[in-house]
Design a protein around this ligand. Structure first.
Ligand code: ADP
Length: 320
């Protein structure tokens, strides 16, 4: 393999730039040319492809977002769209592709692989919802953004003796809510993986009040319901007034943490090694701090992301 491509796709996440940098530098280290595909799979179809030199990825390791831009592209879900993408890569002499993104992007990479074009997936999403890896690039940064917000909200919550509901992202996964709730000392954490009893939540808030607690923080994962909806239910069920804070897209931005930069560097470089080794159709991940790789098709169709339920239990024990 002499030339490879790299693209970022789907929702962006902090650390994608560090992953791009790792792909480019690792490839050049092995005398391989690298081409950046701008604008995800849409850019692939349109041939928005440019050679990336060593300097092109300078000064990006600390920046959020993605220098290659990202996009959602419905056309790429069709075989015609995928064939156009392959055609563009063949015209540029590209023989393998690193796809940095979430599970939707993995499906795109899987489709290309099934059409005979080798791709390696790198897990980039704040949601931490990709099967086959304990952590995804951007999750740690998003967590730190959320706990920074929780800490600030806690200050005002205690001044006014208020109960706050903080809605966080995560799509169908509760990882951001769970980890940030635990790290931020939230009284209650609602995640889509576990049911909740409104009576238990109300009892805990009342007990806290009686003990003289000045504030309460409830973290709600977007996969459960919106913060507004939960506030309405809590008011109806227990006549408890709350304030709501929806953190939204700020969770997707910001300078990546050291942990995300290191993870992105390791995973990006490993993806290049696999392509050089002639191994397409793989996805890379991290398990017990070791790099792993697995069949990208199997990953999507058979594996399932599992939330750490021990951590959930612990969060409950620590917030009685
Ligand atoms: P994420 O990668 O963050 O999960 P999306 O689910 O939006 O984001 O997927 C990103 C892009 O991946 C889509 O816009 C589309 O171009 C491509 N994609 C998603 N699903 C498929 C599929 N089944 N086949 C081919 N490409 C897909």
């Amino acid at each position: 393999m002499n030339k490879i491509g790299v693209l970022t796709s789907g929702g962006d996440s902090p650390g994608m730039n560090a992953a791009i940098r790792a792909v480019v530098r690792k490839a050049i280290f092995h005398d391989i040319e690298v081409y950046g595909v701008y604008g995800g799979f849409a850019g692939l179809i349109n041939g928005n492809i440019k050679r990336l030199g060593l300097g092109s990825v300078g000064d990006i390791i600390h920046r959020g977002g993605t220098m290659l831009q990202s996009a959602r592209c419905a056309e790429f879900k069709t075989k015609e769209g995928q064939m156009k993408g392959i055609e563009q890569m063949r015209e540029h002499g590209i023989e393998g592709l690193v796809v940095i993104g979430g599970d939707g992007s993995y499906r795109g990479a899987k489709a290309l692989t099934e059409l005979g074009f080798p791709c390696v997936g790198v897990p980039g999403t704040i949601d931490n919802d990709i099967p086959g890896t304990e952590f995804t690039i951007g999750f740690d940064t998003a967590l730190n953004t959320v706990i920074d917000a929780i800490d600030k909200i806690r200050d005002t919550a205690s001044s006014h003796e208020r109960t706050f509901i903080i809605e966080v992202m995560g799509r169908d996964a509760g990882d951001i809510a769970l980890w940030a709730g635990l790290a931020g000392g939230a009284e209650t954490i609602l995640i889509p993986e576990e049911n909740y009893e409104m009576d238990d939540i109300a009892d805990k808030l009342h007990r806290g009040n009686e003990r003289g607690k000045k504030h309460s923080i409830i973290v709600v994962a977007e996969g459960v319901c919106s913060g507004v909806e939960f506030a309405r239910k809590l008011k109806e069920a227990a006549n408890i007034d709350t304030r709501i804070s929806v953190l939204g897209h700020m969770q997707r931005g910001g300078s990546p943490t050291a942990a995300d930069r290191v993870l992105a560097s390791r995973l990006g470089a490993r993806a290049v090694e696999l392509l050089l080794d002639g191994q397409g159709g793989r996805a890379v991940g991290i398990e017990r701090n070791r790099l792993v790789d697995y069949d990208i098709i199997e990953a999507i169709e058979e594996k399932k992301h599992v939330l750490d339920l021990d951590l959930y239990k612990l969060s409950q024990e620590l917030s009685i």
